[in-house]
Structure formats: structure tokens, C-alpha cells
Design a protein around this ligand. Structure first.
Ligand code: NDP
Ligand code: ZN
Length: 186
């Protein structure tokens, strides 16, 4: 029932907030890290997403948890015990392989995107939409990023989202608007 889903979703948000509690985003004001995973989940549930009006609970949970394995002490086993195999598999699909260097990770995201599950594609699209939205505003941008670096990020992100966009044209339209209007004030 809906009330069970709401309860489980809020418990997931609380769990992720604790996992990310020592971390901050790279934006100038260094906001709490959890704002980004919550933004990713809310983009997936919003009216402009193709998952609206009935986004699957596991996809929203995976969105909230998508950076825990990559960026915190949380392990695959922790996720399995608390959230089960489906959510865990989606989060792992959205986590970079730490044995690769940064350049290889960026290429791996491009190469693997079209082969991911639909659930992971939804999360990847919303993740990039959230990061690109931050990069669009001077306050949201990581301090010290040059215009060239931001432009390179947009070009790379588009190569990743092009491989996922089939599952969620609603998010695709929002990404297109960003790619189209991405001229930076500097
Ligand atoms: P990334 O490009 O990986 O940093 C971006 C990532 O940081 C995002 O994907 C996001 O990941 C996270 N993030 C945190 N806060 C923000 C925010 N406010 N806005 C947007 N994203 C945010 O940087 P790395 O430090 O890993 O650098 C690796 C790559 O950067 C190199 O391979 C190179 O290609 C490039 N680079 C380019 C330079 C240039 O001047 N052109 C200079 C140096 C590096 P998440 O969703 O996981 O949090
Ligand atoms: Zn993310």
C-alpha cells in the first residue's frame, strides 16, 4: 500500500542521510551531500518524468542510495541486508569500478550506459540531470571549475545520457533543454 511505500522511502532517505553525513557537495556553499541524492529521486518522481505518476519504489530507493557505495563506507553487503537484491543491484549498476582510473571510469560510463537495466538507466539520467542543473548556475558549480572543464563535463554527460534516454523521454526533454541552452556566464 501507498503508506508502506512512503514509510520505506522516508526510512531510506534517513539511512542515506546518515551514510553521507560527513560529506558535502562541491558547490561553493558546500551543501550537505544528501541534497543531491534526494534531488535525483525527486526528479524521477516529478510530473515531468516519464515514471510519473507511479514511480517504482525500488527505483526511487536506488536513486536515494546511488552514491553510497561509491562515496561512503557503505558496502554491497550493507545494502543487501537492509534493502534487498533489487535495490542493491541497481545501486551497483550506478557505481563506478574503483579499480579504474578517472579517465577509464568516464569511458566506462559511456560504454556501459546502453547495456544497463531500465531501472539503472532512469537513475543515471536523473543523476546527470541533477549534476548538470548544479553546473548551470554559478552558485551550484564546484568552486574553481573553469568554463572549459564545465563544457567538457556537459559533452561527456551527453554521451552517457544518450545511451539511457530511451527509457525516460520526460527526463530526456529536460536534458535536451539544458544541452541546448548551455551557454555559460563567465
Ligand atoms: P568529476 O568530473 O568526476 O566531478 C564531477 C562529479 O562530482 C559529478 O559527476 C558529481 O558526481 C560530483 N559533484 C559534486 N558536487 C557537484 C556539483 N556541485 N556539481 C556537479 N557535480 C558535482 O571530477 P573529478 O574530480 O573526478 O575529475 C575527473 C575528471 O575531470 C578528469 O578525468 C578530467 O577529465 C576532468 N578534469 C578536467 C579539467 C579541465 O580543466 N578541463 C581539470 C581537471 C579534471 P556524483 O553524482 O557522483 O556526486
Ligand atoms: Zn550522483
Amino acid at each position: 500500500p501507498a503508506s508502506t511505500n512512503v514509510s520505506e522511502l522516508l526510512a531510506t532517505a534517513h539511512w542515506a542521510a546518515l551514510a553521507h553525513s560527513q560529506q558535502r557537495r562541491k558547490s561553493g556553499a558546500q551543501p550537505a551531500y544528501i541534497q543531491h541524492p534526494l534531488h535525483v529521486a525527486s526528479l524521477l518522481a516529478a510530473p515531468a518524468s516519464s515514471l510519473h505518476p507511479d514511480p517504482p519504489l525500488e527505483v526511487l530507493q536506488a536513486a536515494i542510495l546511488h552514491d553510497t557505495v561509491e562515496d561512503t563506507h557503505v558496502t554491497e553487503q550493507d545494502l543487501l541486508e537492509r534493502f534487498g537484491p533489487v535495490v542493491t543491484r541497481i545501486v551497483l549498476e550506478c557505481s563506478d569500478d574503483k579499480d579504474l582510473n578517472k579517465e577509464q571510469r568516464k569511458q566506462a560510463q559511456i560504454d556501459s550506459a546502453p547495456h544497463k537495466s531500465d531501472q539503472a538507466k532512469h537513475v543515471k539520467l536523473a543523476d546527470k540531470l541533477s549534476n548538470l542543473t548544479d553546473l548551470m548556475s554559478p552558485e551550484g558549480r564546484p568552486a574553481g571549475w573553469s568554463v572549459k572543464r564545465i563544457q567538457e563535463y556537459f559533452i561527456w554527460a551527453k554521451r552517457v545520457t544518450d545511451g539511457c534516454v530511451d527509457v525516460n523521454p520526460g527526463l530526456g526533454a529536460q536534458l535536451d533543454e539544458i544541452y541546448r541552452s548551455a551557454t555559460f556566464e563567465h
